[in-house]
Design a protein around this ligand. Sequence first.
Ligand code: CAA
Length: 410
Amino acid sequence: MNLSGCILIISIIFAKKILTMYFNLSEEHEAVRQAARDFAQQELLPGVIERDAQMKFPTEQVKKMGEMGFLGMMVSPEYGGGGMDTLSYVLAMEEISKVDNSCSVIMSVNNSLVCWGIEKMGTEEQKQKYLPILASGEWIGSFCLSEPEAGSDATQQKTTAIDCGDHYLLNGTKNWITNGGSSSVHLVMAQSNPGSGHKGICTFIVETSLPGVVIGAKEDKLGIRSSDTHTILYNDVKVPKENLLGPPGNGFKFAMQTLTGGRIGIASQALGIASGAYELALNYSKERKTFGKPISQHQAIAFKLADMATEIEAARLMVHRAAWMKDQGMDFGVAASMAKLFASDVAMKHTVEAVQIHGGYGFVKEYHVERLMRDAKITQIYEGTSEVQRMVVSRAILQGQLYQPMWSSQ
Ligand code: CAA
């Protein structure tokens, strides 16, 4: 065989390996997906409609998620976690989100915001103290960035943390806090040097048992109704100095870095919502008959199914790519924003279509698709609205980081 023949064979073997890495899941990843699928069907599906209607926090289900290792999947084994990669995490998130999005947002905030933040920025003492109890689900955590006057414009933090020697004095109000009524620990962003903009923001690990932490009103929401979303007030809370997370003044960058990973989690939640609604619509369309045949045999419905399957597959590729880039240590910020932007739009669009395919049955609470449609909306809002994701992507384009023209019009 000549040299070019050898090069060709090596290229084919190499290309096959890369394609396998990208498009076929390993046995380990398949096992994670199957375990999450079984868990969601056996443990989360029973009672999901009632929990949603009654806004009942899924205490038992969260306990079981902890026992199964879903609440600290990416935490290192030395701190009690599963030591898994981001791809495993998104596979599990997709399966759990097909069934119960209150549980999947609890899982997402605990894994990709709270545990990841502590493992990334924490001191050894902080990691040893907090990660094992968070990864096991004994405690769950909240990520407290949003405020009444600081939502998308997150640098405008009004919560203050005044350095008082051996402690910081924390005062302010946070809102839209996921797990707000049930978490034992908060990661709180606060301004420690008013007038210095984002460079004065610090992050603190705040135990909710500290005097002055007040759990405010619980929100009555459109979707994810059994997850508890609260306003939190901090009234003269003395936060020990050792609970500062990361260097002083690094809190905004910490929040942005953490949210970048979190956006992959929400993208996978949106993917799960879309694929769950698609599976329900497909099943229903094969059973329901009109004009003498299953509605799936009518082109009007068959084409809807084709569009759903195609766009869900595109969203899945984007989510997996962002997760893979994170696992490779690459800069995954734009990929995460694109995945969240696209997957959340797909979730909204195709849950509406799934309801349409179900007709009147889709409009009643006995069928799961109406709940998935309501759950889909929040994926376009939390952990950065779709407009914020467009800001991230368009800035990257205009700063020359991606998709530059290959030709000029001259
Ligand atoms: N990683 C690291 N650093 C980052 C960063 C990132 N991803 N993004 C920005 N920064 C840094 C910048 O480099 C800059 O640093 P320098 O000043 O040293 O250069 C600094 O942070 C400020 O950056 P910008 O000028 O880009 O900041 P901005 O004010 O223009 O805001 C934004 C950018 C993308 C709009 C940002 O404010 C944002 O993401 N807002 C949305 C907030 C959000 O997602 N909130 C969700 C709430 S949490 C939640 O929903 C959880 C839940 O409970 C489910």
